[in-house]
Structures are given as structure tokens and as C-alpha cells.
Design a protein around this ligand. Structure first.
Ligand code: AMP
Length: 443
């Protein structure tokens, strides 16, 4: 409920009017520290509810103050006109029961009209960096009284070449008391630099697990007949792939021990980590892998939590993780700091549907790989539903409805240039990842 936040009653009234009932995860995480005045660095995608996460604290700051304004008090910088329009709409909806005035200035619109808007001095100004700089140069924009600065989709602004403009505008807001920086991805060195120079003692909030996936990590699947077949595949991969360090994930302790036993019997130097191992074993295993004496770790998700091993470049999912988040968590460890990584999931018939829903969650299609000489009889389901899941005989009725099915939107960048084959990955209706994710299950 939104009344858990210390928001002004007029803002809560607007929230209720908009029929927002439950705050989204990014709102739960960001609103309280923002209300306390903290600087924030938030990774969250469009669709997560991030706009309200910064608009509500911003309005709350402006609402109570009896300051006679002479200049803009809050500035929202963002990359595109479309986003500016959406954001203005959201600001207007939330401020409907207040006297707070907002305006937007972006490229592609009449400069003089905008200058006239600026003369009326809105409390909140929303806009793109290029046009703001033009107004600064023309003397039609004054930012010296800005108290709160928001950089929305900062990663995209940098990608679009706005770094210098943003830096200059930030410099103009010299008296600001609070800065919130939002980005859809964890970004690269330029974003880190900007974060360091713009934010004061920021709180980092990472709401977007998908963004942890490294672009440099190839993601593959290999179909397998059964556990024995998977074990043979693991053995082959460890013997034939080039890697510095590898982690093999299983879903159960029993399977982790069994696989570890097989590997050791085959002469592979490995360690196993799972919930039955005590802290001493865990430390020993992690240290050995870190030092490089042991290259292979067999682990369950719970045991591997918090594991941060440098140079980890091969992840094998012996079993498919039970949720998209867990998958990202496993794979997100590879290919860090721009390095290359390889993630291979071994897929039996009972892993298929899970794999297919994770593909949809990530809006990616994994590369299909076959290892010569180790091809099994199972190559995936004979018939697939539009979702990519296995089609059972009972579900035939669905075929009839095909004409009414929603068309999938094109997926984003697929790794390795992997072509999308039939079936297309289905994205949620609005093309965004759902707000609520399935909680990762314990081992
Ligand atoms: P955003 O990620 O800020 O672009 O928001 C995505 C959409 O979700 C917008 O249409 C918001 O109005 C809506 N939205 C944001 N927060 C909530 C919420 N707590 N409950 C319902 N809808 C929301």
C-alpha cells in the first residue's frame, strides 16, 4: 500500500485516484530513501514503475515548501521526446491536487514558445539535454535554484552522445540538494564516471536482474536424454572448451554430490558446494577456485549465493534453474568487466518448458548447440506451442485459436547474432518484463 510511505496526503489522494494499489519493487526500494533526501543510483527498466519512484519524492519535496519561486526547482533530464511526454503526463497526474506546475522542453518544438513557457517559471522542468543547452545559451533557462535533479535513462543519454551536455547541465544545478540517477542497465565506464561525479554518497539499488546479464556472454542449450547423458556432456565440455574457471549448477545436493563424484573419478580437479557443506569447506572451495588450483566448482544455487569469482568464464546449468531471476543470477557471474563468457544449459525433456519460459522472460533465444558424437535421441519437443513450450496432445484446441493470437513483438538484441527460429519468443503484451518475478526457490 502506498500509505506505507511518508507522502503528503495530496499525493496519496492522486495515487488513489490513479488506482495504484501496490507499489512496485522499485517504488518500495527507492521512495523511502529518496524521501529522506538520499542520492540514489537505481537500475530499473521502463515498465518497472520507476517514474513514480522519482516523481513522488520530488513532488513531496516541493509540496510542503512555502518558497516563493523565481526559478525552476526540480529538473528531470532524459534522452528522448517520447519519454519526456510520458514523464510530464505522470508528473501532471501525480500533482493534480497540488499547485505545482511542470513543463517540458525538447527538440523539435518551437523555441520561442518554449521561451515563453520558461518565463512563467515552472517548478518542475522536464527535457532533453540538447535543447536545454540551447536555452541555457540563450539565457532563457536558469538552473541555479534547482534543488532536486533527476537523470532518467542515464545510460541511454550517454549512448546518444549527451555526456558533455549532461555534465554541463548538472554543473548549472550547483545548489541542488539531491540527485537521483536512473538507468535501465548497469552501464559501462562512462556511466560509472558520471555516477561518481554527479552523486553524493549514493545508495545503489539494483532492481533489474536481467541487466546483470553480460553482453559478452554467449548463451547456449544442448539437449540431453537423461542424467547420464548430461554427465557425458559435462565431461566433454570440461575437456574441450577453453575456460579459466567453470561453475556447474545443479538443483539438488544429491545431484551436486553425484556429479562431483563422477568428475573426480574422471580425474577432473573439482570442488562441490552445497547447503550440507560447512563454512570451512565453503571457504576452502572458494579459495582454491579463486587461486586457480581448482578450475571447476559444482554448486547448488543456495551455496553459490554471494559467490564472486574473478575470471569465471564458463557456467553450465546441469539442471535448468527454477526461475528467470535465478538464471540471471547464475549467468550474471560470467563475462564480467567486458570479458567473454559462455553459459550452457543442458536440457532434458523435463527442463524444456522451464528453458522456454526463461527465454521469454529474457526476450532472448538461446543458441542451439549439438555436440558431434554425443547427440542423443531427444532434440526438443516434436511440437511446440506458440509460446515455445512443448505442445501436449490435450492442448490441440489452442491451434484453432491461432488466428486470434497476439503477434510477438521483435525481441531485442539476441546474443551471438542467433537467428530467431520458429517459434518466435513471445514478449508480454506491452513488450516489457512483468513487474513481479517468481521468487527463486531454495535448493
Ligand atoms: P514506468 O516504468 O515508470 O514507465 O511505469 C510503467 C507504467 O506502470 C506506467 O503506466 C505507470 O503509470 C504504471 N505504474 C507505475 N507504478 C504503478 C503501480 N504501483 N501500480 C499500478 N501501475 C503503476
Amino acid at each position: 500500500m502506498f500509505d506505507q510511505f511518508a507522502l503528503h496526503e495530496r499525493l496519496l489522494k492522486a495515487v488513489a485516484e490513479l488506482k495504484f494499489v501496490e507499489p512496485t519493487p522499485v517504488q518500495v526500494a527507492a521512495i523511502p530513501p529518496a524521501l529522506e533526501g538520499r542520492d540514489l543510483r537505481v537500475t530499473a527498466q521502463t515498465g518497472s514503475g520507476k517514474t513514480a519512484a522519482f516523481v513522488l519524492p520530488m513532488l513531496n519535496r516541493l509540496i510542503g515548501d512555502a518558497v516563493v519561486r523565481t526559478d525552476v526547482r526540480a529538473l528531470i533530464l532524459l534522452p528522448t521526446r517520447e519519454l519526456a511526454q510520458q514523464t510530464l503526463k505522470e508528473v501532471e497526474r501525480f500533482s493534480q491536487f497540488t499547485f505545482i506546475k511542470s513543463a517540458m522542453i525538447t527538440g523539435g518544438e518551437d523555441f520561442k514558445v518554449q521561451a515563453a513557457v520558461m518565463r512563467k517559471v515552472p517548478d518542475i522542468l522536464i527535457g532533453t539535454p540538447g535543447r536545454m543547452i540551447e536555452h541555457l545559451n540563450a539565457g532563457t533557462l536558469v538552473l541555479k535554484d534547482v534543488e532536486m535533479l533527476i537523470l532518467d535513462e542515464a545510460d541511454r543519454m550517454l549512448d546518444m552522445g549527451f555526456a558533455e551536455d549532461v555534465q554541463r547541465l548538472v554543473g548549472e544545478c550547483a545548489k541542488r540538494q539531491q540527485t537521483l540517477l536512473f538507468s535501465a542497465t548497469s552501464g559501462g565506464a562512462a556511466l560509472r564516471e558520471m555516477t561518481a561525479s554527479v552523486l553524493r554518497d549514493p545508495l545503489h539499488l539494483q532492481l533489474n536482474r536481467v541487466s546483470e546479464l553480460n553482453e559478452g556472454t554467449r548463451q547456449q542449450i544442448i539437449t540431453a536424454e537423461n542424467t547420464e547423458h548430461k554427465e557425458k556432456l559435462v565431461h566433454w565440455l570440461l575437456a574441450n572448451e577453453t575456460y579459466k574457471k567453470a561453475v556447474i549448477f545443479t538443483n539438488t545436493r544429491v545431484q551436486a554430490d553425484r556429479l562431483y563424484g563422477r568428475l573426480v573419478a574422471e580425474g577432473v580437479k573439482a570442488f562441490v558446494l552445497h547447503g550440507d557443506k560447512d563454512q570451512k569447506d565453503r571457504k576452502l572451495a572458494i579459495d582454491r577456485v579463486k587461486e586457480g588450483g581448482v578450475k571447476v566448482l559444482v554448486a547448488t544455487d543456495v551455496a553459490a549465493r554471494g559467490l564472486d569469482i574473478e575470471g569465471l568464464d564458463l557456467v553450465i546449468n546441469f539442471d535448468m534453474p527454477r526461475s528467470g531471476d535465478e538464471y540471471v543470477h547464475r549467468i550474471g557471474r560470467t563475462g564480467r568487466a567486458g570479458g567473454e563468457g559462455l553459459a550452457i544449459s543442458l536440457i532434458c525433456h523435463n527442463d524444456w518448458n522451464l528453458m522456454s519460459s526463461i527465454e521469454r522472460y529474457l526476450k532472448q533465444r538461446f543458441e542451439r548447440r549439438v555436440i558431434k558424437g554425443l547427440k542423443g535421441s531427444y532434440m526438443g519437443p516434436k511440437n511446440l506451442k506458440a509460446s515455445g513450450k512443448a505442445a501436449g496432445t490435450k492442448k490441440k484446441k489452442i491451434e484453432k485459436k491461432k488466428g486470434t493470437e497476439k503477434k510477438a513483438k521483435p525481441a531485442g538484441k539476441r546474443p551471438n547474432g542467433a537467428k530467431r527460429e520458429s517459434p518466435s519468443p513471445v514478449v508480454s503484451q506491452d513488450g516489457i518484463a512483468p513487474l513481479k518475478r517468481k521468487k527463486p526457490t531454495a535448493e
